[in-house]
Design a protein around this ligand. Structure first.
Ligand code: ASP
Length: 447
């Protein structure tokens, strides 16, 4: 890994920021406005409007069609048109030859030729690869091959050699464009991160070059304190810690890809979420630590679709191994759980309906057999709401405000969980009360 390169910035631009020539011009203006922005990571062109298609989705459609010996001509034409239009309007060389290569590889796939390059990941990664080429031409920058630098190990995880490769490849002064989303596996095949994975590439590049800042440019001005579908005009979050963001993301808030945080957090590099369409807006800064300022609570996130299974048995508290046996039943059904609130003679497990996937009755049967409880109760249609903020640990009364607000709103609290790290308070409420509960908690902290 490199030692910090006197405050360079890695900026990653998402699909909507690169959807057409007009958007790409905004990207160029942003990059050129600050000489520290020397490393530019790109997604594939995304949607230009709500009913548009992302290039990555079109590429995957082509791959599915060819794999079934169907004609991928139509989606391929849409892909070609998009890149051609961008290249024409920006006055840079077209990507016709690489697209012809894709067509040839798809024909091999359709003909059942095992020698084709066109695996799912190779296809999916073409969008970023072509976009990086176009933008590098437009910015007169050096285009870095992600396949040459970013490596995965045998388990499919990022190989740390990627950091050295990237640092060595980009050690000279100048401007670099790097395609997001992919690298190579040990066998030399192109492999992608999960969907939305250009965010991860951005964080990896930031760590590799020892950047002072990782800017993630998208189409919103950062994170909001609550879901705007529930709260009208929620307050933006100016600063949030990596841990708080993990908690918010896990509980339902979505902006960055989940795994983005790790490479940046490990190297202590702050992440700034910015809006390409409104570059003057401050956005949200994600940092290792924030001053315990005025905001004890940074955000409220939540989801519906949980169930709670409660087991009661007299003298449970004296039985060693009761909890383990209960969890083993869940494990044997391959169900991962969210929370385990407990009472003296009762133990509950909260799991998402997605995890339970219709297995609730079978789980309950096994719990009856293994634990011989006095009573088992299952309640579905639960929502979990996380009220998140690191400051909570040092402040009296945050929980009090949450529950007072819920009481005033007439919401019955079905479950409470506060982790020992005191970074969030989780409340479980009946799903129909979900929105009312979020509004009540939000207004208890934002006036
Ligand atoms: N283009 C890829 C996707 O749509 C990766 C990314 O944009 O981050 O998932």
């Amino acid at each position: 890994m490199n030692s910090p390169q006197n405050d360079v910035i890695v900026c990653k631009f998402g699909g909507t920021s690169l959807a057409d020539a007009a958007q790409i011009r905004k990207v160029a203006a942003i990059v050129r406005s600050d000489a520290r922005r020397r490393f530019v990571v790109v997604s594939a062109p995304g949607k230009r409007h709500a009913s548009d298609q992302k290039i990555t989705d079109l590429l995957l459609t082509c791959w599915h069609l060819a794999g079934q010996k169907l004609d991928p001509g139509e989606p391929l034409r849409l892909i070609c048109e998009r890149y051609e239009e961008i290249a024409r309007e920006l006055n840079v060389p077209p990507v016709a030859a690489p697209l012809a290569h894709v067509e040839a590889e798809l024909s091999k796939l359709a003909a059942g030729d095992a020698d084709t390059l066109a695996t799912r990941d190779w296809m999916a990664a073409r969008g970023e690869s072509f976009m990086a080429r176009l933008l590098a031409d437009f910015l007169e920058a050096d285009c870095v091959g992600a396949g040459e630098c970013i490596r995965f190990d045998g388990e499919g995880l990022l190989d740390a050699v990627s950091y050295e490769n990237l640092a060595a490849r980009m050690s000279r002064p100048g401007l670099y464009v790097i395609p997001g989303f992919y690298g190579r596996d040990p066998a030399g095949r192109i492999k992608t991160f999960p969907r939305g994975g250009s965010d991860i590439t951005g964080a990896v590049v930031a760590r590799a070059v020892g950047a002072a800042l990782y800017e993630n440019w998208t189409d919103v001005s950062g994170l909001l304190m609550a879901d705007p579908r529930v709260i009208a005009n929620p307050r933006p979050i100016e600063e949030v810690t990596y841990r708080e963001l993990r908690e918010l993301a896990y509980s339902g808030a979505s902006v960055l890809h989940d795994e983005t945080i790790f490479p940046a957090a490990e190297a202590g590099i702050p992440i700034q979420i910015k809006n390409t369409n409104s570059p003057g807006a401050p956005g949200t800064r994600i940092v290792a630590q924030r001053a315990p300022g005025e905001h004890a609570v940074v955000g409220i996130a939540g989801r519906t679709g949980f169930s709670i299974i409660t087991v009661e048995k007299a003298n449970m508290n004296r039985q060693i191994g009761f909890g383990r046996r209960m969890l083993e039943v869940f494990e044997s059904h391959n169900v991962s759980f969210e929370h385990v609130p407990s009472g003296i003679d009762s133990l509950s497990i909260v799991a998402s309906d997605e995890q339970l996937g219709g297995k609730t009755a079978a789980v309950v049967r096994d719990l009856e057999r293994v634990l011989e409880p006095d009573r088992i109760e299952t309640e579905g249609d639960l929502a979990l709401i996380a009220t998140v903020g690191e400051g909570m640990a040092y402040r009296v009364g945050v929980a009090g405000r949450v529950f007072e607000a819920l009481r005033e709103a007439g919401v019955n609290v079905r479950m409470i969980s506060q982790g020992a790290s005191e970074i969030s308070i989780i409340t479980g409420v009946a799903a129909p009360d979900y929105e009312r509960a979020v509004r009540a908690i939000y207004h208890a902290f934002v006036t």
